[in-house]
Design a protein around this ligand. Structure first.
Ligand code: XIL
Length: 331
């Protein structure tokens, strides 16, 4: 397949034929300013996630004052182009407004109603428009213990179950997900996520799916595809749906010659997609962006990188072709 030209069948159609929604996280700035960004997004992807616009701080910067406009633009773009929307995210320890941090420190009792009111307002605003909500994001620490966050400290571990119950009350039709990173395959953190989900289900908490973020990379950050498939299978056995929610593949963590890394990266994408396709529970794969022109990785790691499917000029990379190949392969 020649690079530089996309194949005739876009990823979203290849995915749809296999029962897998293929999505991308979207950044409001280029969406408004860059026609090529819009064109590639609409052509290739069947779902959008707001990179930041639906987080607590951006949505409710001051208590009781909501700023839905930036997220609404992304949702409208999705609707206009027949795309699903993943809602990300209602409860997280980052990107919270100042007033939430202040309540958590000084007025713990007021934090419960504030969280409930946020969940209700946001879910009611987007009722019927969001195909999956990441209700709680990253509540488990890397060693598998409950993550030490403002929510845990102020409210105790019960905040997770409450968030799901309130979300279900606000929009009983919305599929509700628990989302985390570093729990994509097997290991202590994945075990802890599995145990958390078992516990929530035992308590009758309305939770319907698990998001595997899949922020991975070459070398030590390459996931074992068999472990990913096995984890998906055990989550599926609980009756849960599994989405890959934020996939990107860092080159900088690799050790081979730089010139060989794009091909290596393509293999990581291909095998991970194949793991999803092999498991009935896995119904959606979203990439955390689509062009290396707009990726969070360089600011996160402090290093230049190229973790996505298209290069900064919107040309498809080997990773793109690998995803297309995985989605086209016979089972
Ligand atoms: C990231 C965004 O991409 C950045 O723009 C922002 O500065 C920080 O958050 N896990 C998540 C996402 O669940 O919300 C994060 O997104 C990446 C890690």
């Amino acid at each position: 397949m020649p690079t530089g030209r996309p194949p005739l069948v876009p990823l979203r159609a290849l995915g749809a034929a296999r029962g897998v929604t293929v999505g991308a996280a979207v950044n409001g700035r280029p969406l408004g300013a860059d026609a090529t960004y819009r064109e590639v997004l609409a052509r290739e992807f069947g779902a959008v996630t707001c990179t930041n616009a639906m987080k607590f701080g951006p949505l409710q910067p001051e208590r009781g004052r909501f700023d839905f406009a930036p997220a609404d633009e992304i949702v409208a773009f999705g609707r206009d182009h027949g795309m699903a929307v993943r809602g990300h995210t209602l409860v997280w320890h980052r990107q919270n407004p100042e007033w939430i941090a202040a309540l958590a420190e000084r007025e713990t009792a007021a934090l419960w109603p504030a969280l409930r009111a946020h969940i209700q307002a946001v879910m009611e605003h987007y009722r019927g428009q969001v195909a999956a909500w990441d209700v709680v994001n990253e509540a488990v620490a890397d060693d598998g213990s409950p993550r030490d966050t403002l929510w845990l400290r102020a409210l105790g571990a019960g905040y997770v179950a409450h968030a799901f119950r309130w979300a279900h009350e606000a929009d009983p039709g919305a599929p509700l997900f628990y989302n985390d990173y570093g729990a994509d395959g097997l290991g202590p953190k994945a075990d802890a996520v599995h145990a958390l989900l078992c516990d929530l289900l035992d308590q009758g908490v309305p939770v319907h799916g698990v998001g595997l973020q899949m922020h991975v990379g070459l070398g030590r950050l390459t996931p074992d595809p068999d472990a990913v498939a096995a984890h998906m299978r055990r989550l599926g056995a609980l009756g849960l749906e599994v989405h890959v929610t934020e996939m990107d593949v860092r080159l900088q963590t690799g050790s081979g010659p730089l010139a060989e890394r794009p091909a290596e990266q393509a293999r990581v994408y291909e095998r991970t997609l194949a793991a999803c396709l092999s498991e009935r529970a896995c119904t959606s794969v979203t990439f955390w962006g689509f062009t290396d022109r707009h990726s969070w990785i360089p600011s996160f790691t402090g290093q230049d990188d190229a973790p996505l499917l298209f290069d900064p000029q919107y040309q498809p990379k080997p990773a793109y072709h690998a995803v297309a190949r995985a989605l086209s392969s016979q089972v």
